[in-house]
Design a protein around this ligand. Structure first.
Ligand code: MOS
Length: 746
């Protein structure tokens, strides 16, 4: 694997921002010292195992727990009526402190109706995990069974217009060249290696949850509402996550269930979901069907873009996959219409999965663009270059920073695209047929409201704290970098505290927004700590700055300096020691831009281009993604090592999306049948191609002073389309249903 990195724009004194920085939490993770939610053990702790419905539609007529309750170590078989009904959390997105968001609203055990396979109908609690599992298996549930609807063919209840300009129908009808195609994607299930886990501990009327969550504050607020507690009575701790990909963004029903069980039984209760339950009850990316209609002039200028899509959702909730997010701004076209709908199925509630919306949407749009290029007899890079918009034509506002054409040009150069023979199957190497494909990517660049606190200590170290999470993406490291740069210290002098609701309220780790959200509050907290130190130093009767006035002094790179004169600067540790103060603190806060009310004045997105080479061996039906080049325009890259890692991981996940990942639901009982890592195929190291990741590095200060956007999700956008476009180039077969299967090619 290779990677490169354009010259950093402004090297900081310590060269800590913009330099490849290994994870500050890396050693804890590889030595096993990092404790994940399921790694906590408490005296008297009980284990809970849910009993999931074995039907997907119908109602519970009886629960016979007689045998289970008599089994060794069993404390209770909880079910509806075993504890007071849980409340329903209300949606709240008004502030970092009060956020309350979830996708499955129905509290567990709320009624006897079953709406999806695996819906929790009882909870076995016992002294050991094995006893709880055996008891859960021994619970006999009787149902009035109805025929579930898990039909993959989606028809929307109604279609809603998401974006419209000009007359898309007329633009299409009058076009010299058109394409009209449908693209379908199988349901995908998030498979973080760490499955969901909750350890619920009550002390009096206060609850602590050791939890796997991408949002401790949000989780606290949702669970508090469901349990009828004030938020300050709930503490949520999530210091390390074995990733999430979105299925840990919002709380799922097992967590309040564990809390209710612990309250009912008066003992700590641990509940760890099995891999199979991960496929049933904690979200997934639903099946999506899209139709793309493109019209163009003979010289490749778009005259019409139409994008219509429908996603499956559950019976009670209305999750929408926002596939049209990138469509209005990706290319210039006078006429455009984007519509969306949902279709309800007896399947658990879907949720955000890495790059929700734009990722599946760009699979369809970028497949359509490739088909249009073929229809026009035009190079697909050239087609995209020709349709570059000068502003976001969907919002009618300028882009904060868009360098998509440069992504295409640099990518083409690095890949060797000029050597491409456009004829299908015309390129070979070592007896293999080569296919070369390209696709664009785009992802929102926004920030959430967040707070942070910084302590400066007399031993020359500092601590930065925020109730944000590190979902494996490098948040510990980037927080340390941000403070280190401000204080002129190496990162090993910075302690990072996160993943605990007792810390200043931070956002969910989602939407590739964590880094951008942290800059303003951390910078302000450092500045406030410095100002507090200056004030204390000036006020001291006997100290290095006694008699000075605060306005004569500055706090720069961790040192107090005089604004005029050549007095020597003095480090914060020296000043603190001289003042006899062990530490001094500052706090900061930053506003959010995501879903902020009012019309935005700029369009904030990251962009990129993926170039893919596949090799195809028709004699053995062997298809491989051999190499990729990804050029990403995501603002300034604060940690190229972590950023490259995110793009590489996304590209590998895109191989899974294109070739492997598919959740199968049994039409008879609605069960996800391939609910294991043996049967649900994800891309592995052995599938990973040679990946070249390149960042353009144009700082975008519309979001924060460092010019950083985010890189968690953009790499997945476009990857599947680049792969299937490459497959078309190799084989002449246009596959419009993901995942692509070898039988499509034979
Ligand atoms: Mo990501 S789907 O925002 O966790």
């Amino acid at each position: 694997m290779s990677a490169s990195h354009s010259a950093p724009t402004q090297a900081s004194p310590m060269n800590v921002i913009g330099r490849p920085h290994p994870r500050v939490d890396g050693a804890l993770k590889v030595t096993g010292a990092a404790r994940y939610a399921g790694d906590h053990y408490l005296p008297g702790m009980l284990y809970a195992v849910p009993v999931g419905a074995t039907i997907a539609k119908g109602s519970i007529t009886a629960i016979d727990a007689g045998v289970a309750e008599q089994m060794p170590g069993v404390r209770a078989i909880l079910r509806r009526g075993s504890f007071p009904p849980l409340g329903r959390a209300e949606l709240d997105m008004s502030s970092a402190d009060t956020t309350s968001i979830l996708d499955e609203f129905r509290p567990p055990f709320d009624d006897d109706v079953v709406r999806y396979y695996g819906q929790y109908v009882a909870l076995a609690v016992a002294d050991s995990f094995e006893q709880a599992k055996a008891a859960a298996d021994a619970v006999r549930v009787s149902y009035a069974v109805e025929i579930p609807d898990v039909d993959p063919a989606l028809v929307a209840e109604k279609m809603t217009v998401k974006s419209e300009r000009g007359d898309a129908e007329a633009g299409f009808a009058g076009a010299a060249v058109t394409i009209d195609q449908r693209y379908a994607m199988a349901p995908e299930t998030h498979n973080p290696i760490e499955t969901h886990a909750t350890l619920a501990v009550w002390e009096g009327d206060a609850l602590t949850l050791h939890e796997t969550t991408q949002g401790v504050i949000n989780h606290r607020n949702v669970v508090a509402r469901m349990l009828g507690l004030p938020a300050e009575k709930v503490r949520v701790i999530s210091r390390f996550l074995g990733s999430g990909f979105g299925n840990k963004l919002w709380p799922w029903t097992h967590s309040p269930l564990a809390a209710a069980a612990a309250r009912t039984l008066g003992r700590p209760v641990k509940l760890v979901l099995s891999r199979a339950m991960t496929f049933q009850s904690v979200g997934h990316r639903p099946r999506i069907e899209q139709r793309i209609r493109l019209g163009a002039t003979a010289d490749g200028k778009l005259t019409s873009v139409r994008h219509d899509y429908v996603n499956a959702t559950s019976i009670l909730d209305s999750y929408e996959e926002n596939c049209g997010e990138a469509t209005p701004h990706m290319y210039s076209t006078p006429n455009l219409r984007v519509t969306a709908g949902i279709a309800r199925r007896n399947i658990g509630t879907p949720t955000s999965m890495r790059g929700p919306g734009a990722v599946p949407g760009l699979y369809a749009l970028e497949s359509g663009m490739d088909e249009l290029a073929v229809a026009l007899g035009m190079d697909p890079v050239e087609l995209r270059l020709r349709n570059e918009p000068s502003i976001d034509e969907g919002l009618g506002v300028p882009f904060s920073s868009r360098h998509f054409q440069e992504c295409l040009r640099v990518g083409a150069e690095r890949f060797g695209w000029s050597r491409r023979d456009p004829r299908v199957g015309a390129m070979t190497r070592d007896g293999l047929t080569l296919g070369w494909g390209v696709a664009a990517c785009s992802w929102i660049a926004e920030r959430f409201a967040s707070n942070a606190a910084v302590d400066l200590r007399d031993d020359g170290t500092a601590r930065v704290a925020c109730a944000i999470q590190d979902i494996g993406t490098g948040t510990y490291t980037v927080m340390a970098q941000m403070v280190a740069e401000r204080l002129g210290l190496p990162t090993d002098r910075i302690e990072v505290a996160l993943g605990d609701t007792r810390l200043p309220a931070g956002p969910v780790s989602g939407g590739s927004m964590a880094t951008a959200s942290l800059v303003a509050p951390i910078h302000e907290a450092v500045a406030k700590a410095g100002a507090a130190l200056i004030a204390a130093a000036c006020a001291a009767k006997d100290g290095p700055f006694s008699g000075s006035r605060p306005e004569e002094l500055d706090f720069v790179e961790g040192k107090i300096t005089a604004k005029t004169g050549n007095r020597q600067a003095m480090g914060f540790d020296t000043v603190l020691k001289a003042l006899g103060m062990p530490a001094i603190s500052g706090s900061g806060s930053g506003t959010g831009t995501f879903m902020a009310p009012g019309k935005p004045t700029v369009s904030k997105h990251s962009f990129g281009a993926h170039f893919v080479e596949v090799t195809w061996q028709p004699e053995t039906a062997r298809l491989r993604v051999a190499r990729t080049v990804s050029v990403i325009d995501a603002g300034r890259i604060l940690n190229p090592l972590a950023a490259r890692n995110q793009i590489e991981g996304s590209v590998v996940m895109g191989i899974g999306m294109a070739l492997f990942e598919e959740t199968h639901y049994d039409a008879r009982n609605g069960a996800p049948v391939n609910a294991s890592l043996a049967d649900y195929v994800v891309a592995t190291h052995a599938d990973a191609p040679a990946m070249d990741v390149h960042f353009l590095e144009y700082p975008d200060t519309s979001l924060n002073a460092l010019g950083a956007r985010g890189v968690g999700e953009i790499g997945l956008a476009g990857t599947a389309a680049a792969i299937t476009n490459a497959v078309y180039h190799a084989t002449g077969v246009r596959v419009r249903e993901l995942p692509l299967k070898l039988e499509h090619l034979m």
